[in-house]
Design a protein around this ligand. Sequence first.
Ligand SMILES: *Cc1c(COP(=O)(O)O)cnc(C)c1O
Length: 456
Amino acid sequence: MKTIFEPFRIKTVEPIRVTTRDERERLIKDAHYNLFGLHADDVLIDLLTDSGTGAMSAAQWAAVMRGDESYAGSPSFYRFEAAVKALMPFTHIIPTHQGRAAEAILFSIFGGPGRNIPNNTHFDTTRGNIEASGAAGHDLVIAEGKDPGGLHPFKGNIDLERLEFYLGEHGDSVPCVMTTITNNAGGGQPVSLANIRATAALARKFNKPFIIDGCRFAENAWFIKQREAGQGARSIPDIVNDCFAEADGMTMSAKKDAFGNIGGWLALNDDDLAEQARNHLIRTEGFPTYGGLSGRDLDALAQGLTEIVDEDYLRYRIRTNEYIIERLDALGVPVVKPAGGHAVFVDARAWLPHIPPLEYPGQALSVALYETGGIRGCEIGTVMFGAHPDGTETPAPMDLVRLAIPRRTYTQSHADYMIEVFEDLSRTKDSLRGLRIVRQPKLMRHFTCRFERLGA
Ligand SMILES: *Cc1c(COP(=O)(O)O)cnc(C)c1O
């Protein structure tokens, strides 16, 4: 089916204020050409992130009303815990306010100077928490995972040979083995069940706990069902259970595959580790039956977890990305293929070859998407990764624009509108100009730096 069937109807709407191109040119100039500086009200289609930006269901809003705000032992917690355990068979479920809080607690135990932690690709907050503890993170994704156009079905897989070598080489300095499903920093690409099992077997062989960063577990399970031999007839919850049965723990951002606007958790099987984690939680997040969340958040997540594994939803979700990618591909816009779970990545360096990497083709395209159509995407390239602590700058490996798709928020008409904006740009793109940075902070400059357009 070409049409994306959106398996929901709309009960509450949020108006989108339509702006003109002239207005947008002024607004983005006033924001110093940094899309993080825009007011969200001035954006028509907001694809900055899929984190916490999805639509809750009627049943989730009903669950919000059931939320119980008791400090200790709230029934909301027990509903949340049961919903997590129904999918992920861990002994201890520790709620947190976001995924990064779960990571901070985990690496208060597993981090520390001299330690080494492998992953397919560490997400930026994961790496940040590892490095803040004094430890080092290493990315061991397969070579196909770094080739934007290559069509491997599981580009998020960890390279098992490299992992085995790594575990032999780093020995006791490795506190745990991680894998991230789907591989967010690698384009939302999935990890196969076979790869998860083989990674778990290697971790066991070297006597290391195996931790899954499970933020997009349902999308990953959908890809396993579609692409992995022998999995096509199985239910999504069964596949999810199999993935996590291999692990000793998980970190989770419930702003992704739990349909939450906020939330997260850390899960562990080991009693001693869980006790250490809860002690840290009490100091930084809150009592163990609420973490950093209100009871109503916990109830919304409990309900969200039952909805995220629905196959009609997952088909719609993944089909949306495929549809946009097919249409962009047909227009000659270079995109990362195959479609990942949560976002469409456009290769701006390849599409705008007249703009050199140090004039930020990804930022130039992001600005042009906003001016032309009010679309807000996110540069993932030299602006984000090109600056070094010593003040020098080099091109990032790629200059991409990420269009992250919020869950259940936009329709096929919005997707068609986006494609029209790209059509328009494909006629004018040769006249787009690069930018230069006129002011930047020392760290994570992409959030706040200011740009000027070159040749103005
Ligand atoms: C979003 C995300 C995180 C961090 O979660 P927050 O809720 O944003 O703190 C960690 N890992 C992955 C893979 C993510 O996508």
